[in-house]
Design a protein around this ligand. Structure first.
Ligand SMILES: Cc1ncc(COP(=O)(O)O)c(C=O)c1O
Length: 413
């Protein structure tokens, strides 16, 4: 992996003011959804199309494992070439390497749509599959992409890790690929989970293993502790405070460990190896608690709140002098994963915002090191300059207001 941004590279421990940039205070508001009683409220008769409607669904450990399983199911392996976007995170590439296939990287356009003529120029007799990502929840032109794959007789994985909800031309997102994958922990307050979905292939033969009681307990505790950390579920916290304290003490003493950290608390994104692709867990099912939360949470609330928060961020941060929204409008039906801003001077912004405790997600901050850096100039720019801020359904009004104030005040400092 090569860090493409100086802002959080391990080698850039000091910023221009001599302040360490590799150690920042705890994020003051939750970067990912946290469990609350409200998670299960606000039901509505209006249904929001999602990947769950796109075909047969199997619940697995992570989105990256779902990519691995899709490749395995399609018998993509040694000697095969897989077309992957230059703008990626490492956990999208590791499953391809695990299968013994060769990643071939293609260009994306400045609006994150995929560059089909570049893809066409990279096709060979060994090309088996194209993976396409709906970046940050904004859908690709799947009708055109599906036709392209059919014309060239290659398979298609629709990567819905950033796009759990939505429809394209009336069909649920995820229904265009031979396979689709999703990463529900980016949309629901859970600490594990991935989905493999297919409307075109029979997934019933996929053999999945139920993880043991230790993993089941750990994922539930992670979810609860993450919620308590951000002052949610206060009554439950009161009840569980003492047992959790004893558990953390025991962990420290027996293993010299600190409490287990949920993926939602991991580094800039899941591309840092924390919770990324793990061949040993590729056949594992999602934990029971995460499955329950995913199925019981109000989908309507997620859709409405995310769209509402995004619109507010757009209104308040859309015209700042030092940055611009990557997507300047929120089309009907799009359910955003995050709010991406493109910064003119990212190093300074990163350091100041992180020191204030603002959560920043950095998709594509690290790129696959064997990828030629000239492959895609747009990727070089996006991975360096785009920061993603949370717009999830569990942000409270005062938390959103605080984040907006921090981002707005940056230009004045
Ligand atoms: C576009 C994309 N695809 C796939 C993945 C892998 O998902 P997971 O983190 O659930 O393994 C990620 C992870 O961040 C991602 O951003």
């Amino acid at each position: 992996m090569i860090p493409v941004s100086e802002s959080s590279s391990p080698t850039s421990a000091l910023d221009a003011q001599g302040v360490r940039t590799d150690i920042y205070p705890r994020e003051k508001i939750p970067k990912q959804p946290v469990l609350s009683f409200a998670t299960f409220t606000h039901y509505s008769n209006s249904t929001s199309p999602s990947v769950l409607d796109a075909g047969a669904v199997r619940y697995v450990n992570r989105g990256s494992m779902a990519i691995g399983l899709s490749l395995q199911h399609a018998k993509v392996g040694n000697g095969d070439e897989v077309l992957l976007p230059a703008y990626h995170c490492i956990s999208m590439i590791e499953p391809v390497i695990w299968r013994g296939a060769r990643p071939v990287f293609y260009r994306i356009n400045p609006d994150t749509s995929i560059n089909l003529s570049d893809i066409e120029s990279r096709l060979t007799s060994r090309t088996r599959l194209l993976l396409v990502t709906h970046y940050f929840g904004f859908p690709q032109d799947m009708v055109r992409i599906r036709n392209f794959c059919d014309a060239h007789r290659i398979l298609l994985i629709e990567d819905c890790a950033h796009a759990f909800f939505g429809a394209i031309n009336g069909a649920p997102i995820g229904s265009f690929g031979d396979y689709a994958i999703a990463s529900p922990w980016k949309f629901f307050p859970i600490s594990d989970g991935g989905l493999i979905i297919s409307a075109r292939r029979d997934l019933s033969g996929l053999e999945l293993l139920t993880p043991g009681p230790w993993f089941q307990a750990k994922t539930l505790v992670n979810t609860m502790e993450h919620a308590f950390e951000y002052r949610r579920l206060a009554a439950a916290h009161l009840l569980l405070k003492a047992p959790l304290w004893f558990k953390n003490q025991a962990l420290r003493q027996t293993k010299g460990m600190v409490p287990v950290i949920a993926p939602s608390d991991a580094g800039s994104s899941s591309n840092l190896g924390n919770g990324g692709f793990d061949a040993a867990r590729v056949n594992n099912r999602m934990s029971m608690s995460s499955w329950l939360i995913t199925n019981m949470a109000s989908k309507h609330r997620i859709v409405e709140k995310r769209r509402h928060n995004y619109a507010r961020l757009l209104a308040e941060l859309g015209n700042l002098p030092d940055c611009r929204p990557l997507f300047a409008s929120l089309p009907e039906g799009v359910v955003p994963q995050v709010f991406p801003l493109v910064y003119d001077v990212p190093v300074r912004a990163f350091s100041l915002l992180k020191r204030a405790g603002v959560p920043i997600i950095r998709f594509g901050e690290y790129l696959w090191e064997d990828m030629d850096s000239s492959t895609c100039p747009v990727t070089a720019e996006l991975s360096r300059c785009v920061f993603q801020f949370p717009c999830h359904q569990e942000l409270r009004d005062n938390e959103l207001h605080w984040m907006i104030t921090q981002i707005r005040s940056l230009g004045k400092r």
